[in-house]
Ligand binder design. Structure first.
Ligand code: NAD
Length: 367
């Protein structure tokens, strides 16, 4: 095991709004438990984002938060937003803080695993025989280019008004996301599926040509291509065929939501946003859940699994990630928060902090 005990890992926590503080508290507790177990120092710093930042400073992403994030080895985020700030103008809304921090840190790759834990198989809308025993798909979505950032506007031709959004990518953007995906595939099942619409779109043909060229550097990874409409169908027909999927911003937005449904609960899904350096931002895919905030009933496992991804992809502490994921798997065999609780399934109904207690205990007790 290669753990650098000399180094103190610096983690900035942006707990945000709603259930954000409740779930990040549990994730931080788990990081403290696993690092203490391995005699490793983790230093935590805290900064404001979203609604709490608007209330304190008048803006959703204060300069101090950007500075603290840049100075960290990694960032743990809860969630932002809530009805209190819903009437503010676009760039002043809590969610603008989220887009701005990704941009400020150059985070262009979004990683979303769709994993099924054996204890939650019955929560998936797919049949058990389709899911199989070890469903584990990773979707790599390009995050800072494509149609969401391309030219858009309106024009009039022959008296008819048109509105347009344009899908635009440069080769460099495709090359860098391709490398992220190939390197991930090398660490996993060594299979990469690139998803596009090359039968129709010029930008997709460039995407495919570029992926093909980059694949020369990763001969050990089996590369396949799929059109996005077929991929949407294959994800529910036979999701186990996939290891890593790489795709553009808009296709990834849609496919990752579809894939996340397979796992059954939004409270279980982690994500990572990565850029050129090892600095990454780790957050659950769910929002601030204002309907359950402050009640200690939220599921903290998506935040805890985000912390595991942080250990794997930013801190290069894969053993910590393995231990956290194993503890989550074991915890799900004995306990469930309200969102994943099934009457008669023999699990104990627990609160957010009790789930944190259980995962922490399992980590401390594991060999
Ligand atoms: P949401 O994900 O917050 O909630 C959707 C439903 O899932 C709610 O019923 C909620 O109670 C439940 N839920 C979510 N996370 C849960 C958890 N960990 N445990 C148990 N149940 C959980 O989505 P929404 O209601 O559409 O949005 C609420 C606010 O969050 C909005 O202001 C929205 O803009 C914001 N939002 C933020 C992010 C983010 O910070 N990344 C993402 C999505 C939405």
């Amino acid at each position: 095991m290669n753990i650098n005990n000399e180094k103190a890992y610096k983690i900035t926590v942006l707990s945000g709004d709603g259930i954000g503080p409740e779930i990040t508290e549990e994730a931080e507790r788990i990081l403290r438990a696993v690092s203490t177990k391995h005699f490793t120092d983790m230093d935590f710093d805290y900064a404001l984002i979203g609604g709490e930042a608007i209330d304190a400073t008048g803006e959703p992403l204060p300069a101090e938060t950007i500075a603290k994030c840049k100075a960290a080895d990694s960032i743990l985020l809860g969630a932002v937003g809530g009805p209190k700030w819903d009437n503010l103008a676009g760039e002043m809304r809590p969610e603008a803080g989220l887009l701005a921090i990704r941009k400020a840190l150059g985070l262009y790759a979004n990683l979303r695993p769709a994993v099924i834990f054996p204890a939650l198989k019955s929560a998936s809308p797919l049949k058990a025989e389709i899911i199989g025993d070890n469903l584990d798909v990773m979707i790599v979505r390009e995050l800072t280019g494509g149609i969401y950032f391309g030219k858009h506007g309106t024009m009039t031709e022959n008296g008819i008004e048109y509105t347009f959004d344009t899908e635009m990518y440069c080769v460099n953007e495709v090359e860098r996301i391709a490398r992220t995906a190939f390197e991930l595939a090398q660490k996993r099942g060594k299979k990469l599926c690139s998803v596009d619409k090359a039968n129709v779109l010029e930008s997709s043909r460039m995407w495919r040509k570029t992926i093909e060229a980059v694949s020369e550097e990763y001969k050990d990874v089996e590369l396949t291509y799929m059109y996005v409409d077929n991929c949407a169908m294959q994800l529910v027909r036979n999701p186990a065929q996939f290891d890593v999927i790489v795709t553009s911003n808009m296709f990834g937005d849609i496919l990752s939501d579809e894939a996340s449904m397979i796992s059954g609960s939004i409270g279980m899904l982690a994500s990572a946003s990565l850029g050129e350096t090892s600095l990454g931002l780790y957050e659950p895919i769910h929002g601030s859940a204002p309907d359950i905030a402050g009640q200690n009933i939220a599921n903290p496992l998506a935040a805890i699994l985000s912390a595991a991804m942080m250990c794997r992809y930013s801190l290069e502490l894969p053993v910590f990630a393995d231990e956290i994921e194993a503890a989550v798997r074991a915890a799900l065999e004995i306990a469930a928060t309200k969102d994943i609780y099934l009457e008669g399934a023999g699990k104990r109904l627990v609160s957010c902090s009790e789930m944190g207690d259980i995962v922490e205990r399992l980590i401390i007790e594991s060999k």
